[in-house]
Design a protein around this ligand. Structure first.
Ligand SMILES: Cc1cc2nc3c(=O)[nH]c(=O)nc-3n(C[C@H](O)[C@H](O)[C@H](O)COP(=O)(O)OP(=O)(O)OC[C@H]3O[C@@H](n4cnc5c(N)ncnc54)[C@H](O)[C@@H]3O)c2cc1C
Ligand code: FES
Length: 366
């Protein structure tokens, strides 16, 4: 037993030391010098080689979506590298489909800038900007969810589609030794261009949520970039909208609901909001008010952990149960889902069974 333990510890230590030496050697011995990056065959940038493509582009104020802050765990930072990307790394493979591999799609956080690169990115990413903002207010929604209003500098505006997200930066603080970005959906409507609202849940030991929940105060300065995301309101049709969220997944739904109201859009819509107990529900008055002020809107909160102690006369069970109860068929309907991956997976399969085609089910998993 002891021999196995000692062997394991020895191998782990040697591997660790080797990895450290390789990183050190790469940083000190390899001097890649200045490297040219050509984007979409027209824009050229010269950067110092040696960093990831993601961070090299960020230094040039070109922001690629990156929900995990470059850790290689979200798969959001895809770009096409047409020349100079080198072989695909094992860390990229799980996030790339066969089609994407054929089209030279890569994870920009995993690719190091070592030689001249030719890349392609969607044109709209040139509109993504970095913003400085002041924390105007912080409100407790529940014991673990806060709503923040971030006011941009006086002459700054952010243009986004309802449903999109920004990336918020956590600075270095006690317990966090590097700047980190995480994605947060915008809860305010696009008509408000000088501020954004975010709804942020606390994740124990999470870098950015600890910063927001334990260190951030009203009046503080924060940095964010955006907007990003393909999950957004589809304005090219008048199908009935099925909206589903749990927890902080309500954020982009709120933006969409406000957009519908402000633009007097006459679409039938239902919002299923799932939580465990009454204490986990929030913004109920605001949501009920949409029933009065929207064209044809129904709000259905549903609770999955109700006991006799709770006085709750509303829907009981998970959001998928409520959907199965109320939606009879998928005809002329489309769906917007936001929340944790297991909830999204279950609801997607329920909606497909009801008859809503996959391409009309839009979601952001987080
Ligand atoms: C498009 C998009 C939109 C998003 N919008 C929102 C939003 O509006 N509001 C919001 O609160 N979050 C949102 N998120 C999630 C957010 O980006 C962060 O992932 C989350 O806040 C955790 O960040 P962190 O830095 O605190 O945790 P990290 O430091 O990244 O994580 C610490 C640890 O916690 C684990 N972990 C991470 N998230 C969770 C979780 N939710 N539950 C349990 N364990 C977890 C990680 O695996 C890791 O082990 C969104 C994500 C995406 C991709
Ligand atoms: S930034 Fe998350 S995988 Fe690249």
């Amino acid at each position: 037993m002891d021999t196995i333990l000692i062997t394991t510890i020895t191998i782990t230590s040697i591997t660790g030391v080797l990895a450290f030496l390789l990183t050190l050697a790469d940083r000190t011995i390899n001097n890649y010098g200045e490297v040219k990056i050509t984007i979409n065959d027209e824009k050229e940038y010269v950067v110092e080689g040696g960093s990831s493509l993601l961070s090299s582009l960020m230094e040039q104020q070109i922001f690629i979506p990156s929900a995990c802050g470059g850790k290689g765990t979200c798969g959001y930072c895809k770009v096409k590298i047409l020349e100079g990307g080198g072989p695909v790394l094992p860390t990229e493979i799980p996030f790339l489909t066969e089609d994407e591999l054929k089209q030279s799609v890569r994870l920009s956080c995993q690719c190091k800038v070592k030689q001249e690169l030719k890349i392609q990115i969607p044109e709209e990413l040139f509109n993504v900007k970095e913003y400085e903002a002041t924390v105007e207010s912080i409100e407790d929604m529940t014991s673990v969810i806060k709503k923040l209003r971030l006011r941009l500098k006086e002459d700054e505006e952010i243009n986004f589609k309802p449903g999109q997200y920004i990336q918020l930066k956590a600075p270095i603080y006690k317990g966090n030794d590097e700047e980190v970005y995480r994605a947060y959906s915008i809860a305010s409507p696009p008509s408000q261009k000088n501020y954004i609202d975010l709804i942020i849940g606390y994740v124990p030991n999470g870098i950015v949520t600890t910063y927001v929940h334990k260190f951030l105060n009203e009046g503080d300065t924060v940095y964010l970039n955006g907007p990003y995301g393909e999950f957004c309101y589809q304005d090219d049709n008048d199908r009935e909208m099925i909206m589903v969220a749990v927890g902080t997944g309500i954020a982009p739904i709120l933006s969409i609901l406000n957009y519908l109201r402000e633009n007097n859009i006459k679409r039938k819509a239902t919002f299923y909001f799932g939580a465990k107990t009454p204490d986990d529900l929030f913004l109920l008055d605001e949501l009920k008010n949409f029933e009065e002020t929207l064209f044809d809107f129904k709000f259905i909160p549903t609770l999955s952990r109700i006991t006799e102690e709770h006085s709750w006369s509303g829907e009981k069970g998970r959001v998928n149960n409520a959907i199965e109860k109320y939606i009879m068929d998928g005809e002329n309907k489309e769906a917007y889902l936001c929340g944790n991956p297991p909830m999204i997976d279950t609801v997607v399969s329920v909606l497909k069974k009801i008859g809503i085609p996959e391409e009309l089910i839009f979601f952001d998993k987080f």
